[in-house]
Design a protein around this ligand. Structure first.
Ligand SMILES: C[S@@+](CC[C@H](N)C(=O)[O-])C[C@H]1O[C@@H](n2cnc3c(N)ncnc32)[C@H](O)[C@@H]1O
Length: 370
């Protein structure tokens, strides 16, 4: 059927409204496109569609850099100008907050779009088939490998390593997965058939990660004690070492080996956040600052345990909340507002240009101190 796309959903697809009032999500379309689409899946409140033919392209479209765009499952938005991508992300965070019950219309928002919308990823996960000599990424919604010569969102150092990886992969017996990472010293590390981020979590966009570190560190006020919860390898707290008497960085995947140059007042705890807080003794420190940066699911069913132990034992006045999924971030922020915190600042930071992913940032301040 013929449709006009009028919006882009924060999940990434263009949105069309049929004459019947029904909403259809169509990947790889832009607001203003006139297109022929086919319905591929019908649900109660919306349908899923596929682009069949672009009849009149939207004037706002831009030329995708990658020849594999629309085939490779990696990027959803190379046809949208970067400024429009960022606007959709920002509105998506506000929409998620509204749906969760937070009106953020009067809250200051720090906007942190990426300076480099291409060639930014320091880590990519490739699939290879030795028989067909292919190396690339999975096709969208499939496990078919789309061969890639040059990934336009990967760092150039990773692209330069692809011929050698393809060569090594051709000696494997069966289909393989390889995760390539460029380390800060420029060295390339390859993890063959290992689980995702096998060498430990590291943000994939170094340039934007610096912006994330700066933003978080600017929001954290001075105090005696800092808790960096879901802190990984201390990405958000290592820069605050000189500002605190004590820093506890808690993560199930904390580094196994402590860097030799770390001062003793910075401690890693390899533990789940909820159980670490459950066992933690009541702190006597004044003004404990808290950074919370949970995985996609947010604090989930651990919220009450985490919030009540934080409150009881550390009495924090401010919490800096970082979320990589706007819905779980908004749910957690709302639950904090139900526990006496209010939102004093928001941030929207883009670590993943060309994709709908967005980092949501908030500062929560306790109104009622116990
Ligand atoms: C979004 S990452 C943030 C890491 C770190 N703040 C950074 O910027 O690199 C989420 C982290 O949560 C950790 N994690 C997942 N579930 C956890 C849990 N139940 N308790 C503690 N850490 C957890 C993961 O190992 C991962 O390092």
């Amino acid at each position: 059927m013929k449709v006009t796309i009028h919006d882009v959903a924060r999940g990434g697809s263009g949105v069309a409204r049929l004459e019947s009032g029904e909403i259809v999500f169509v990947p790889y379309t832009a607001p203003g496109d006139e297109a022929t689409i086919k319905i591929t899946e019908k649900n109660k409140n919306y349908s899923q569609g596929e682009l069949v033919e672009l009849l009149t392209p939207s004037p706002s479209r831009t030329e995708p850099l990658c020849p594999a765009f629309q085939k490779c499952g990696g990027c959803a938005w190379q046809h949208l100008p970067y400024s429009q991508q960022f606007e959709i992300k920002k509105n998506g965070v506000l929409h998620a907050l509204k749906r969760a019950g937070i009106d953020a219309s009067n809250i200051a928002i720090d906007e942190l779009p990426a300076a480099s919308p291409y060639f930014y990823r320091n880590r990519i996960q490739l699939r290879g088939n030795p028989k067909e000599q292919t190396l690339g990424f999975y096709e969208r919604n499939s496990t078919r490998i789309i061969a890639i010569e040059d990934c336009k969102i990967a760092r150039k150092e990773l692209n330069n390593a692809l011929p050698q990886i393809r060569e090594e992969g051709s000696k494997k017996d069966s289909e393989y997965k390889v995760e390539l990472e460029v380390l800060p010293n420029g060295e390339i590390r390859a993890a063959w058939n290992m689980k995702h981020a096998a060498f430990g979590f590291r943000q994939v966009n170094d340039e934007q990660n610096l912006e994330l570190q700066k933003w978080v560190q600017n929001q954290v006020e001075t105090g005696e004690h800092l808790l960096d919860l879901f802190g990984g390898a201390g990405n958000l707290s290592l820069g605050l070492i000189s500002k605190f008497k004590k820093i506890d960085c808690v993560d199930i995947g904390s580094p196994k080996e402590r860097p030799s140059d770390l001062p003793p007042h910075f401690q890693f705890h390899r533990s789940a956040t909820a159980s670490w807080l459950e066992k933690a003794p009541t702190s006597r420190a004044k003004f404990t600052q808290v950074i919370l940066d949970p995985p996609r699911e947010g604090l989930g069913s651990d919220f009450l345990k985490i919030e009540s132990n934080l409150n009881k034992k550390f009495n924090p006045e401010r919490i800096v909340l970082v979320g990589c999924d706007p819905d779980s971030f908004a749910r957690d922020a709302f639950r904090f507002t139900q526990k006496g915190y209010h939102l004093v600042k928001l941030g929207v930071l883009d670590l993943f240009p060309q994709t709908p992913h967005v980092e949501s940032l908030a500062v929560l301040k306790r109104t009622t101190l116990r």
